[in-house]
Design a protein around this ligand. Structure first.
Ligand SMILES: Cc1cc2nc3c(=O)[nH]c(=O)nc-3n(C[C@H](O)[C@H](O)[C@H](O)COP(=O)(O)O)c2cc1C
Length: 139
């Protein structure tokens, strides 16, 4: 059975809702999902999972959240090439540039990003379906 880690940071719950939907998609495809706060995840845990969905909203100026999520990402990024990785997160007033930058950064580090999903604020029906599909595709 595919064991998927859904690792996220969320300030006001929108990306957390996306994480739960990703986990729902994993489970509906027959996988096992573990939803983990960014502060609770570290590079030592990578080998326990077959695939990863990382979630972080747009913060700063089109940036990753810098206090908790980004330090975790900095630590795991070098160990992610060769693993199955997808990215998701919520934004509000811009158009999702932070996700483009995050994906570019990940790909420059040698990570193959299978998919990204972004949601404006709380995930609507379309974004919810996309989150579930992202989860299912990781199984
Ligand atoms: C400090 C701060 C910085 C933000 N920066 C951006 C940004 O650069 N671009 C954007 O589209 N939204 C930005 N937002 C809006 C959040 O991405 C948006 O509210 C998102 O839904 C929050 O997700 P969460 O509920 O998972 O924390 C920012 C919000 C905060 C509080």
């Amino acid at each position: 059975m595919s064991n998927v880690a859904v690792v996220f940071w969320s300030g006001t719950g929108n990306t957390e809702a996306m994480a739960d939907l990703v986990a729902e998609g994993v489970q509906s495809a027959g996988g096992k999902a573990t939803v983990i706060q960014a502060t609770e995840f570290s590079v030592e845990e990578l080998d326990a999972y077959d695939a990863f969905a990382f979630g972080c909203p747009a913060m700063g100026a089109e940036e990753l959240e810098s206090e908790e999520f980004e330090p975790m990402w900095d630590a795991v990024e070098p160990a992610l090439p060769g693993r199955k990785v997808a990215l998701f997160g919520s934004y509000d007033w811009a158009e999702g540039e932070w996700m483009d930058l995050w994906r570019e950064r990940a790909e420059a580090a040698g990570i193959i990003v299978s998919e990204t999903v972004i949601a404006k604020d709380y995930p609507d029906e379309e974004a919810s379906d996309a989150c579930r599909a992202l989860g299912a595709a990781l199984v």
